[in-house]
Design a protein around this ligand. Sequence first.
Ligand SMILES: [Zn+2]
Length: 193
Amino acid sequence: MDPLTHYIAGYFLGRRSQLGDAGIRAVTLCALLPDIDMIGAVAGWDALCELHRTATHSLLGALLIAVLVTVGFAVCRDKAQALQLLPWCVLGTLSHLFLDLFSFKTSLLSIFGVAAAQVGPEYLAGIELFWPLSTARFSFVTAGLLSQEFMNIAMLVIFSLVIGGVVSEARRGTAPWHAWTVFFRESNGNGWL
Ligand SMILES: [Zn+2]
């Protein structure tokens, strides 16, 4: 799934944590961080395909990322609120896994006919949900829950909802990126939450 969709999912979860801008920042970070494995791209396309959607997209990886971000929050912000934040961080990372389960051989690029996205790299077979116990890749298609055609439609519907969410927030004067723009403006990037 695309970064904007992951971010917006994290944003709405973070808002519900009722921990203010810092909570929103932490949960949006959790919703995006599983894709940190795309750093494999520095070692080339093959390395990216092999690494992407493996450890950081597993249930264990999701839990570890959520705990790390919560610890960062406790150290940089507020120890007392960290326990309240942890379940929202877990939901943030799990939202990433859930959304990527829609991506079996499907991406917005491939739907719109971008040839490079239709080659079918290995990571489009799904996420390694149960790593390190199993390296099997899962998606809603491989689980037999959705057809490929329904998956394409679902992805377009989800992306439309995301755009709708961004527009409705902007119309209310609460841009989803507000928590981060405040952070960078006030702290000049010092600290990480
Ligand atoms: Zn991902």
